[in-house]
Design a protein around this ligand. Structure first.
Ligand code: 13P
Length: 251
């Protein structure tokens, strides 16, 4: 019912040469068009090149961030319309690195999700707790707070088009992954909270897991009832690893 989605978040990695090789490698492994939506999110400057290379492959392209304003005097920001103009269909919103390193609050993240949705981009909205918050028993409180801001400011109507990515901060880039059961527990909670607003939308909304997903742990995670694919960092930079994860999502 929910088509799995695997998105690669390249973060601040890449070059024209690297993108050329990586996109060609992913495309070469996708010849039989699996029933999985595949998205790459390169740095902004590589979007046009990746978009062009994605033509005819079934791969979609997304931004890693967007400005919450429409246009104007906002130095360094990139607007939703610009991403659309360059063929992006998706945009990552509220990644924990944006939240912690660049001070994006729940309200800013929600405003970005709203603008993205209004403009016709699919936001991949990231939520997740830090290690301290998990160890303090506050995972549910944090995830609920982050999601509530989205529901209040961006509204329930952005779902089921919008995606949620549960990315426990302690699992990002650390090699530590949430166990299948730990991840499923939070995913079920997220779906429950969406269902409290709109049961139909909750059933159709894709909730991705992110945090040290690799080809060898992806199948277990993706087999969970409420895990509908992944948001992949490090392993999305290697075509074979990314393809292995896509393969795990299709089975
Ligand atoms: P890693 O897969 O490198 O842990 O990164 C996850 C992530 O932050 C994806 O957005």
């Amino acid at each position: 019912m929910r088509t799995p989605l695997v998105a690669g978040n390249w973060k601040m990695n890449g070059s024209r040469t690297m993108a050329d090789t990586l996109m060609a490698g992913i495309a070469a492994g996708l010849t039989d068009r699996p029933n999985v939506d595949v998205v790459v999110c390169p740095p902004f400057v590589l979007v046009p090149q990746c978009r062009e290379q994605a033509n005819g492959t079934g791969i979609s392209v997304g931004g890693q961030n967007l400005g919450s304003q429409e246009s104007g005097a906002f130095t360094g920001e990139v607007a939703a319309d610009m991403l659309l103009d360059f063929g992006c269909e998706y945009v990552i919103v509220g990644h924990s690195e944006r939240r912690t390193l660049y001070g994006e609050t729940d309200e800013v993240v929600a405003a970005k999700a709203r603008v993205a949705s209004e403009k016709g981009l699919v936001p991949i909205i990231c939520i997740g707790e830090t290690l301290e918050e998990r160890e303090g028993g506050n995972t549910e409180v944090v995830v609920t707070r982050q999601l509530s801001a989205i529901l209040e400011i961006a509204g329930t109507a952005i779902f089921p088009q919008a995606l949620i990515a549960y990315e426990p901060v302690w699992a990002i880039g650390t090699g530590l992954t949430a166990s299948d059961a730990q991840a499923q527990e939070v995913h079920a909670l997220v779906r429950e909270q969406l269902a409290a607003q709109d049961a139909q939308a909750a059933l159709a909304t894709r909730i991705l897991y992110g945090g040290s997903v690799k080809p060898d742990n992806a199948a277990g995670l993706f087999a969970q009832a409420d895990i509908d694919g992944g948001l992949i960092g490090g392993a999305s930079l290697k075509a074979q690893d990314f393809l292995g994860i896509i393969g795990a999502a299709r089975s």
